[in-house]
Design a protein around this ligand. Structure first.
Ligand code: SF4
Length: 466
């Protein structure tokens, strides 16, 4: 769940806030002035929630930290895995009686898109069901709720619109997420995203750059460009900026010190992106390039559009850059029909690439996906075994890699303070987590040099270097 930092709305908009009375008049019922928003899932969902919060704040609502204190309760949901979807329904169940108290309950995101109006049958106390492809209509939907309408839906995925708001309530005061492309035109056979988020829509480059300049003026120094396939970006304006050109243009905005992007699709990962990273130090030396499987046969069944060999060519292109670039990935184990030797191909790929980090998952059958109809489902127990073996292999790789970094010094953006005295943590440009000691009293949001003194499989430890 995202926890908001307290950034005043005036700071975001440059406009004075509506007074409490005006805000309440705007929402009609006298009690509907506050909202609680809980987010499940990925960074895209986190950022969508920031924009939804912005829409509500600009209408005079106030954000609260507990659903009990809210008149509008919203769940921004994820259905990428079965467990995530179940969690949403169990959370909704906790609010069965709340509608009677005058609260409005809404479901946003992938579960909303997937289940649609069935949510009203399963949870009749829900009033709003809206998938992410309809977020641009959210202000209208909220107006309908404010006017007393009890069933409002936004489930259209046939759209060429992106969700842009004048106000975004960002949860982190230093690093800003920025969605540059929504939806997905790929058709991976296990994935709900093309169905729940609709077709690919890229945001205009001038609008993106305008927002980056605003962010820099507000004090943000790191931006992370987001998209399900961020590098498939296709500028809809006459400038026709390539993704690599957009990266360079964002990095040139005064005040921006770090630019990240995620998630890249291997098929669209081209040499000019590597060249941009080579030429512009503000582009972080980190690429997240999901492979999903090391077996070409399984990749074909997944409809991933590349073979093991083609993927490894992309890795070689990144590894041959003039500047070292950290590579991370996603892997799914136990895809239908994955044999033991195909799973071992994934293990051998890990040994060959030596990823800096890995996000691994057991295959989870999802509604409306082609892989649901595939035969030879792998038993849960076997999927669990493969996952454990994979994670152990990656742990060994990271242990060895991290040990080689002891003695080096990294620039860290300080993101948090530990409960233990003088202990802080932050991220290097290559997105490594470093825990370090410092006698300084206030470091949050600053960039410091950290000398690495020790390493474990998952993080590095160090000292603030003078
Ligand atoms: S590229 Fe594949 S896995 Fe990624 S969002 Fe699109 S369909 Fe899903």
């Amino acid at each position: 769940m995202s926890r908001p930092f307290d950034i005043g709305l005036e700071t975001l908009t440059g406009q004075p806030l509506l007074s409490g009375n005006v805000a309440r008049q705007g929402v009609g019922a006298g009690q509907r002035g506050t909202f609680f928003l809980e987010t499940f899932g990925c960074q895209m969902n986190d950022h969508d929630s920031e924009k939804v919060a912005g829409v509500l704040l600009s209408r005079g609502y106030r954000q609260v930290e507990k659903p009990e204190a809210a008149s509008l309760i919203l769940y921004n949901t994820c259905s990428i895995r079965e467990k995530a979807a179940q969690k949403v329904f169990s959370r909704l169940g906790e609010y069965r009686d709340k509608q009677a108290e005058g609260k409005i309950i809404g479901v946003l995101g992938c579960v909303a898109q997937q289940e649609g109006e069935d949510i009203f049958t399963r949870a009749p106390w829900v009033s709003l069901v809206c998938g992410s492809a309809s977020y641009s209509k959210l202000p209208e939907m909220i107006a309908q709720l404010e006017a007393g309408n009890h069933r409002v839906t936004g489930l259209d995925t046939d759209t060429d619109e992106t969700f842009e708001t004048d106000v975004t309530r960002r949860d982190n005061p230093w690093r800003a997420y920025l969605t540059i492309i929504e939806g997905c035109d790929k058709a991976c056979s296990y994935c709900v995203v093309p169905y729940t988020r609709g077709p690919e829509r890229s945001r205009a480059s001038d609008s993106i750059l305008r927002e980056v300049r605003q962010l820099a003026d507000l004090g943000y120094s790191e931006v992370q460009l987001l998209g399900q396939t961020v590098n498939s970006y296709a500028d809809p304006t006459a400038r026709r900026m390539r993704f690599s050109e957009l990266l360079l243009a964002v990095a040139e905005v005064e005040g921006i010190r770090r630019v990240r992007f995620t998630t890249s699709h291997p098929s669209d990962f081209t040499r000019d992106i590597v060249e941009a990273i080579e030429s512009q130090p503000k582009l972080c030396d980190h690429v997240h390039l999901p492979v999903q499987s090391g077996s070409t046969r399984v990749l074909r069944a997944m409809q991933r559009t590349y073979s093991r060999e083609e993927y490894l060519e992309k890795i070689a292109m990144i590894r041959n850059a003039s500047r070292p670039i950290a590579i991370t990935t996603d892997v799914i184990v136990g895809f239908p029909g994955e044999t033991e030797s195909e799973f071992e191909e994934t293990l051998s790929l890990l040994s060959e690439v030596k990823y800096h980090n890995l996000f691994s998952f057991k295959y989870s059958p999802r509604p409306n996906t082609p892989s649901l109809a595939m035969r030879d489902m792998i038993p849960e127990e076997e999927k669990g075994r493969r996952l454990a073996v994979l994670q152990e292999r990656q742990r060994e790789i990271q242990t060895v890699q991290h040990a080689t970094l002891v003695g080096e010094t990294f620039e860290v953006l300080v993101s948090g303070k530990s409960r233990r005295e003088n202990q802080w943590f932050g991220y290097s440009t290559s997105h490594r987590v470093i825990n370090f000691t410092s006698q300084a009293t206030e470091l949050l949001g600053t960039y410091v040099q950290v000398h690495v003194t020790g390493a474990g499989p998952n993080n590095l430890v160090g000292e603030h270097a003078a």
